[in-house]
Design a protein around this ligand. Structure first.
Ligand code: ADP
Ligand code: MG
Length: 363
C-alpha cells in the first residue's frame, strides 16, 4: 500500500506533464490501440470460438443457461483517479461484473470491455488500465472476447459485460427466499466503505501538503477492499461441497440493508437481522471508532463489499454453522412482520433502504 499516493501523483503527472513518457492515442489510431491493448490476452475456455478481432465474438452454446451482466463506471461518479490507480480500476471494473455472475450461482467465462477516453489520457494510461483487466482475467480465468473503443470529451468511462453459465437447477434468483430460511453472508462487511473514507481524508491532507505521504499501515485491509475488491467465486463451489442450494442470493454492492430489501421484496417475505451477528473485521471496528461512525450503519449502508448474501433452508443449519467463510446473520420471516434489525440491546428497529435513517432513530 506504501506509495499509493506517489503512484497516483505519478499518474496525474503522466496525464499532465508533456515531458513524461506519453504516447498520444491519436498517433496509434483506433485499430492500432485495440491491437496493442488486446494482443497479450489468452483464451482459455472452449466455449470461446472467436474472441477479439472480428465484427462479433463467437461463443459455443452449452446445455446450460447463459448469464449476462453489465456495469458502467464513470470517472467522477464511480471512481476518482486521484487515489484509484488505473490498474486497480481495470481490475475492479471486471470484478464487479464477475460478482454479479457469482451472485446467480454461475460460472463466469467471458467479458467484453468498452472504453471511452479523452485525449488527456496517453497510451501509457490505457496500458495500466488493461494490465488490471488482464490480471483480473488471469485470476478468475476469464476470456476477453471484445469491446468497443471510442473517445470522450471529458474523463474516462469503462463498461464491462460478463458472460457466464449455470444449469437451470443451479441458478439462484433473488426471489426464492422462504419463511424460516436462514440469512447468510460471506466474508465481512463495511471495509470497502471505510477504505473510501480513509482515501478521501488522505486526499484532502495531500492537497494541503503534497510532500506528506500518508501512513496507511493501519488501514491496509480497508484500502485493499476499496481499491482491489475480489468477487466470491469460491462460495458457489463451497456451497456445492456442503450440498447446500441457496434459495435466494445477491451480491453486496450497495450495502447489506439495500440488498436484503431486494431479496425480501422480490421473495415477498420479511426478515430479522441480528446486529451482533454482522461480521466485521477488527480494522473496521477500529476505523469506526476513529471516524466516529457506527460499525452497524457502515455494514448496512456502506456498500462495495462484493460479498454474497443468501438464504438457505433452516434444515441446512448444521452444514453452514461454524464455517469460517460464512456468517448466519438472521432469518426470513413472514412479510407482514416487515424488515427488522435486532440491536445488541435487544431492541427491534425497522430496516430502511438507507440503514443510516433507520439507525438514527436509536437516539
Ligand atoms: P466494429 O467497428 O466492427 O465495431 P471495432 O473496430 O470496434 O469493430 O473492434 C474490432 C475488434 O476489437 C472487435 O472484435 C471488438 O470486439 C474488439 N475491441 C474493440 N475495442 C475493444 C476494447 N476496448 N477492448 C477489447 N476489445 C475491443
Ligand atoms: Mg466497435
Amino acid at each position: 500500500m506504501e506509495g499509493l499516493f506517489s503512484r497516483c501523483v505519478y499518474l496525474c503527472k503522466m496525464l499532465e506533464d508533456k515531458n513524461q513518457s506519453r504516447t498520444s492515442l491519436a498517433e496509434l489510431g483506433e485499430f492500432g490501440l485495440i491491437n496493442h491493448i488486446t494482443k497479450h490476452f489468452k483464451v482459455s475456455h472452449k466455449t470461446t470460438v472467436k474472441a477479439v478481432g472480428d465484427d462479433a465474438a463467437v461463443l459455443e452454446s452449452s446445455e446450460k443457461q447463459t448469464l449476462i451482466t453489465t456495469d458502467l463506471l464513470i470517472e467522477g461518479v464511480h471512481f476518482d483517479l486521484s487515489y484509484m490507480p488505473l490498474k486497480h480500476l481495470g481490475y475492479k471494473a471486471v470484478v464487479v461484473n464477475l460478482s454479479d455472475v457469482f451472485a446467480m450461482n454461475g460460472v463466469a467465462e467471458q467479458i467484453t470491455v468498452s472504453i471511452a477516453v479523452s485525449n488527456r489520457f496517453p497510451l501509457e494510461a490505457i496500458e495500466e488500465l488493461y494490465a488490471g483487466i488482464q490480471l483480473a482475467c488471469e485470476t478468475y480465468t476469464i476470456d476477453l472476447i471484445g469491446g468497443d473503443t471510442t473517445s470522450s470529451t471529458k474523463g474516462i468511462l469503462i463498461s464491462v459485460t460478463a458472460v457466464g453459465k449455470a444449469s437451470k437447477e443451479e441458478i439462484v434468483y433473488r426471489n426464492g427466499a422462504k419463511e424460516t430460511d436462514l440469512i447468510v453472508v460471506s466474508g465481512d462487511l463495511g471495509a470497502a466503505y471505510l477504505g473510501l473514507q480513509v482515501l478521501e481524508r488522505e486526499k484532502q491532507v495531500f492537497k494541503v501538503n503534497p510532500k506528506n505521504q500518508p501512513d496507511l499501515d493501519n488501514y491496509t485491509y480497508l484500502i485493499e477492499r476499496q481499491l482491489k475488491p475480489e468477487a466470491r467465486k469460491d462460495i458457489s463451489t463451497l456451497l456445492k461441497e456442503m450440498d447446500v442450494q441457496p434459495t435466494a442470493m445477491i451480491d453486496i454492492s450497495d450495502g447489506l440493508s439495500s440488498e436484503i430489501m431486494h431479496i425480501c421484496s422480490q421473495s415477498e417475505v420479511g426478515c430479522k437481522i441480528y446486529e451482533d451477528k454482522i461480521p466485521l473485521d477488527p480494522q473496521v471496528i477500529s476505523a469506526c471508532e476513529e471516524f466516529d461512525l457506527d460499525s452497524t450503519m457502515v455494514a448496512l449502508s456502506g456498500g462495495e463489499d462484493y460479498e454474497l448474501l443468501f438464504t438457505v433452508p433452516i434444515a441446512d443449519f448444521e452444514k453452514v454453522k461454524g464455517n469460517p467463510h460464512l456468517s448466519i446473520i438472521g432469518h426470513i420471516t413472514d412479510k407482514v412482520a416487515g424488515l427488522n434489525l435486532v440491536t445488541r440491546a435487544g431492541q427491534e428497529l425497522e430496516l430502511k433502504a438507507q440503514g443510516w435513517n433507520a439507525l438514527t432513530n436509536k437516539e
